[in-house]
Each structure stands twice: as C-alpha cells, then as structure tokens.
Ligand binder design. Structure first.
Ligand SMILES: Nc1ncnc2c1ncn2[C@@H]1O[C@H](COP(=O)(O)OP(=O)(O)O)[C@@H](O)[C@H]1O
Ligand SMILES: [Mg+2]
Length: 324
C-alpha cells in the first residue's frame, strides 16, 4: 500500500532566549489511507510541534529539516498560497480546545460556509446545503437550525463535533487531531472517538490522532508511535504495542493507565521523574535517567530505532524481549 503521508528525518528547532532548542529530533513515520495513526507520549515530547511543522504553523523563526511527502509534494517545501491550499483543503486540523478553531462571534453556518466558498469556490446555496450535510455527518442534532447558532450555545463535546465538521468541510484526505478529547469527559470522549472511527471508514479518511493518553488510542488506532523527548522510542501495530510493549517507556505509559478490571482504589503507577527539557537532553538514551532497566551503555550511546519482531524499537536492553 502506498502511504498517504510519509515523514522522514523531521527535525524542528525553535528559537529561545538561550539559543535554538531542538524539540523534534529526527522523526520518521507514515500514514496509510483510511488508517488511524496514533502518536502518544507525555506532554512536551514534541507531538504538537511535529504536526504544526507539516502545516507551516510553527512559531516564527522555527527551523525545519526533513521531508514530508503528501500527494506527490513535500509539505516542508511548500510556501504561501500553495501551502494554504494544501493545509486548508487536503489536510484538516482539529485542536484540543474547539474554541481555537471556532470563532466566538460568527455563526456555525458562517464559519462552515466561509471555508468552503474560499477553498472550493462554492456558491452561497451549495455551501449552505453542504454545511447541513456536514453537521449531520458529525451528528449535530437539528443541523439546519444549528447553522444560525453561535459556538457558546453548544456543549464542549458538540463544539468539538462542529470543529471536526469545519476540518472536514473541504473534503480532506488527512485529518490531524491534536488531543481532540483531552478537555472532554469520558463518555463524550468515547463519542468523539467513535465519530473519528466512522469518518475513517465511510470517507476513506486517514487520521493522525495525537494524545498523551494511551487509553484513547487503544480503541481506534491502527498503528502507534511512542514519542519521548522529540524522538520515537517504539512504533508498531496497535495490538503488538499495547499487548506486548517492548520499550520500558511504553511499558511505563501503559502501567500508568487505570485498568478497567482493577479495583477502583488500585493506585496508579506514575512514571517517576519528568521528561528532559529540550535544552537539557541527557547523553545516551534520552530515557535512561528514568529507566529502571538502564545499564552503562544506556548512559553513553543513543540507541537507534531498529526493526525487531514486527515493530521498531530503540532500546539497548530490551528487557521485555521474551514477553515478560
Ligand atoms: N514557542 C516555543 N518556543 C520554544 N519552545 C517551545 C515553544 N512551544 C513549545 N516549546 C517546547 O517544545 C517542546 C515540544 O512541545 P510540544 O510539541 O507542544 O509537546 P507535546 O505536544 O508533545 O506536549 C516542549 O519542550 C515545549 O516546551
Ligand atoms: Mg501537544
């Protein structure tokens, strides 16, 4: 299968008062058609910056290296008009806080149709009809009257559905959803995940789903990459990765999740320590200061990400190689 998006050697450096900080440090991944690709890792691991880089939305002064092949073009080389055409039309983006993508002073209808008239050149009537269809697709009750309402009239979950409708307005092939359910409670969260899953099946849409919560992935991602301090430490098919995690960090993320079958008062095992800041990346394996399995080589040599047993893994020790 040919990948829809193929990212190679992505590196992002951001200017700071103390010089450049490398926040994404050589990341490779690909997204296949109609698949959900999950990106997980603690806060600060470079998930958001690695996606903003694709859409030319990084803070001013950022330096980007690498390649991001999408529909025969390298997204990292596009500028101006050409970039806006791709990023608004072929790639849709949904953020954690729907109010980031929604304008508080404009009606839902205005926001949906403005986008389509600009990118697709639709007339007022055609855009209006399509807006109703989109709201219906994301299961907004009473889509026709919703067109005349403002964002504040909807609940958080409904606002996120509307933000998804706007991201879908121009018929993108790829939807990037950055922590789309983080601000929502668990039931509403499940509804949004089912919606993304349905859109992928019914519209052949590929989804990049970013989250710091592996539980969110477990229901819908086909493949997952685990980010740590700007690098991928493990990647592979969801079932492999979640059932038989091999990297101590993947394992720790999973151990930190509440188990549905466990008693409610079972304490969670939080990961000790914090990820390094981009200005203070430790030598060797970036995870070694927090890793209970680290040996001497981990403090000196940076482990490469290599294919092993149906996945890619960056660990010198590989303590779970035999399944336990
Ligand atoms: N404007 C900025 N300038 C410099 N560093 C930044 C800026 N925004 C974020 N960072 C740093 O970049 C790193 C990656 O951030 P981000 O991609 O947002 O992480 P994630 O989405 O995984 O939580 C973090 O260490 C963060 O502190
Ligand atoms: Mg983020």
């Amino acid at each position: 299968m040919t990948a829809l998006l193929e990212v190679e050697g992505l590196r992002v450096r951001l200017p700071t008062p103390r010089g450049f900080a490398t926040v994404v440090d050589g990341i490779d991944y690909h997204v296949e058609p109609a698949q959900v690709f999950g990106v997980a890792g603690e806060s600060g691991s470079g998930k958001t910056m690695s996606m903003l880089a694709l859409l030319g939305l990084l803070p001013p002064g950022a330096v980007v290296e690498g390649r991001a092949a999408f529909g025969g073009k390298d997204l990292l080389r596009l500028r101006g008009r050409e970039l806006r055409a791709v990023s608004g039309r072929d790639i849709g983006m949904v953020f954690q806080d729907p109010m980031t993508s929604l304008h508080p002073m404009l009606t839902i209808g205005q926001q949906l149709t403005e986008h389509m008239r600009r990118h697709l050149g639709l007339g007022r009537r055609a855009a209006g009809d399509r807006a109703v269809e989109l709201l219906d697709q994301v299961r907004i009750p009473g889509p026709r009257s919703a067109l005349h309402a403002y964002p504040h009239q909807f609940s958080g979950g409904m606002r996120q559905r509307i933000a998804i409708a706007i991201a879908l307005a121009c018929g993108p092939r790829l939807l990037i959803a950055d922590e789309p359910t983080t601000a929502l409670d668990v039931t509403v969260q499940a509804g949004i995940l089912r919606l993304l899953d349905r859109l992928r099946r019914e519209h052949d849409l590929s989804v990049v789903l970013i989250t710091h919560d592996l539980a969110v992935m477990s229901s819908i991602a086909d493949r997952i990459s685990i980010f740590y301090a700007g690098r991928v430490v493990e990647s592979g098919r969801r079932d492999e990765l979640l059932r038989r995690p091999r990297h101590p960090y993947t394992r720790a993320l999973l151990d930190a999740l509440p188990h549905p079958e466990a008693a409610r008062d079972t304490p969670l095992v939080a990961i000790k320590g914090a990820p390094p800041s981009p200005q203070q990346i430790p030598p060797g394996c970036r995870y070694h200061p927090r890793c209970p399995y680290a040996i001497e080589v981990c403090t000196m040599d940076d482990p490469p990400l290599v294919p092993t047993d149906g996945r890619r893994l960056a660990c010198h020790v590989d303590p779970f190689a035999d399944g336990e």
